[in-house]
Design a protein around this ligand. Structure first.
Ligand code: NAP
Length: 247
């Protein structure tokens, strides 16, 4: 029980499913107390918290739309009150709709930038004021940024902003002993990637990496575990492209 009481605290945004859920499971195994953030999938978030708690971890579900600054402030407050001051922030929440730029509606543009960019901005700004010395921040970019595929202009624009935030914020936190890095996954078998694709399209993506398979959420969870763990203390301001070798 002592390990639970003294556990370091991690917020994982967008942890109700997909990569975020795998990150929450892995960091709980690593000994962190976990705030499982979600925007609307409350039953999935609650089920994950029940699973983590049953396995001996401390975990809470925290509803917050990351694009809303008040929600994000409340997410940090709730986490501090129930688990303690935050040591790790994983900015995983994100959305993707592939549409040619010419056909992108104002609403889709705004939603994508609001969640992927403003959401990351909101949590980073809050983290600057609230995180423990010695903390770790992991943002989420995407390997699509390097691939320049049609349909990805808006999404890639958001991830370019996230990479820019990562490089600059790592320097702005000088003296706090907080690292800021980003992971840039290649295709990972989650609903964000799979929804709306034909089996043929999925197989095309699966064949892209020289390792010849789709990534799984655990492939990324282990990278996040490394970046927030003791062995990555000297890794700062970096983008780690975890993609099976997709160039
Ligand atoms: P996913 O399966 O669609 O899960 C997205 C998660 O984000 C859900 O838990 C969702 O919860 C949450 N979310 C969405 N909008 C939110 C908001 N406004 N506030 C808080 N939470 C919100 O996606 P994923 O594939 O795991 O992607 C996770 C991250 O990896 C994203 O940043 C994505 O861009 C990045 N990525 C993914 C891939 C891939 O191939 N899958 C590749 C490269 C990068 P609710 O349902 O409650 O909204």
């Amino acid at each position: 029980m002592n390990t639970i009481k003294n556990a370091q605290v991690a917020i994982v945004t967008g942890a109700s499913r997909g990569i975020g859920a795998a990150v929450a499971q892995r960091l709980a195994k690593d000994g962190f107390a976990i705030a499982v953030n979600y925007a609307s999938s409350s039953s999935e978030a609650d089920a994950l918290v029940t699973e983590l708690t049953a396995a001996g971890a401390k975990a809470i579900a925290v509803k917050a739309d990351v694009s809303n600054a008040d929600d994000v402030r409340r997410m940090f407050e709730t986490t501090e009150q129930q688990l303690g001051k935050v040591d790790v922030l994983v900015n995983n929440a994100g959305v993707l709709k592939t549409v040619p730029l010419a056909d992108t509606s104002d609403a889709l543009y705004e939603q994508t930038f609001d969640i992927n960019v403003r959401g990351t901005f909101n949590t980073l700004r809050e983290a600057a004021a609230r995180m423990n010395t010695g903390g770790r921040i992991v943002n989420f970019s995407s390997t699509t940024l390097a691939l320049n595929m049609p349909g990805y202009a808006i999404y890639n624009g958001t991830k370019a902003a996230v990479e820019a935030f990562t490089h600059v914020f790592a320097k702005e936190l000088r003296g706090r002993n907080i690292t800021v890095n980003a992971v840039a996954p290649g295709p990972i078998a989650t609903s964000l990637f799979l929804d709306g694709k034909t089996e043929e399209q999925i197989q095309t993506f699966a064949k892209m990496p020289p390792l010849q398979r789709l990534g799984q959420p655990d492939d990324i969870a282990s990278v996040v575990s490394f970046l927030v763990g003791p062995d990555a203390g000297w890794v700062n301001g970096q983008i780690l492209r975890a993609n099976g070798g997709v160039a």
